[in-house]
Design a binder for this molecule. Structure first.
Ligand SMILES: CC(C)(COP(=O)(O)OP(=O)(O)OC[C@H]1O[C@@H](n2cnc3c(N)ncnc32)[C@H](O)[C@@H]1OP(=O)(O)O)[C@@H](O)C(=O)NCCC(=O)NCCS
Length: 153
């Protein structure tokens, strides 16, 4: 399903803190986001990374309502001969899914990668493999992780 009216996508700002936190609570499955830490540390850090072009941090709006966000970290690499943009977080308000918002956010991330001269956009995901395949992503590697003992929530 898709809707005629495209959402607007723009860089996130400080005023989006509440809206993004609401979306983040739904997005995070392994970790439980802590509001105080989010406000004091993680949200400002991600905004700063975006301001310094080390990340892309975008929100999608319908009217004046923020209905989705995307956060991608730009990493210098040796193997790719340049930067890789890794899409780490993508979430759309559950009742408003299926109207093109997620695709619009990913397309904007792809456009920004092209303009920044990144070599590729990567995305670790389990829940949305087919969604990304439709947006020209292909499977390439198995993603492993080692949670640092005692870290995280
Ligand atoms: C994945 C997500 C961002 C997609 O947002 P959305 O606004 O619903 O996406 P779109 O409307 O642009 O979807 C485009 C198409 O992909 C399909 N699609 C959406 N989510 C999908 C998923 N998880 N798996 C497979 N297909 C999916 C849609 O049904 C739609 O198909 P249609 O055009 O035939 O109806 C949203 O479902 C979400 O927030 N999910 C929870 C968090 C998550 O899984 N994030 C991604 C992992 S990093």
């Amino acid at each position: 399903m898709s809707s005629a009216a495209e959402p607007t996508v723009r860089p996130a700002t400080r005023t989006d803190a509440n809206a993004v936190f609401r979306l983040l609570r739904d997005f995070a499955t392994t970790y439980r986001p802590d509001r105080a830490r989010y406000e004091a540390v993680t949200f400002p850090e991600v905004l700063r990374a975006a301001a310094e072009h080390r990340a892309e941090f975008l929100v999608a709006e319908r009217g004046t309502q923020v209905v989705g966000y995307a956060y991608a970290a730009r990493m210098p690499t040796l193997f790719a001969g340049g930067t890789v943009l890794e899409l780490l977080e993508l979430a759309v308000d559950a009742p408003l899914r299926g109207h093109g918002t997620g695709s619009r956010l990913v397309r904007e991330v792809q456009d920004r990668a092209r303009r920044a001269g990144d070599t590729e956009v990567t995305v670790p995901t389990r829940r949305a493999v087919d969604f990304y395949r439709r947006l020209d992503f292909t499977e390439t590697a198995t993603f492993l992780k080692w949670p640092v003992p005692g870290a995280g929530m």
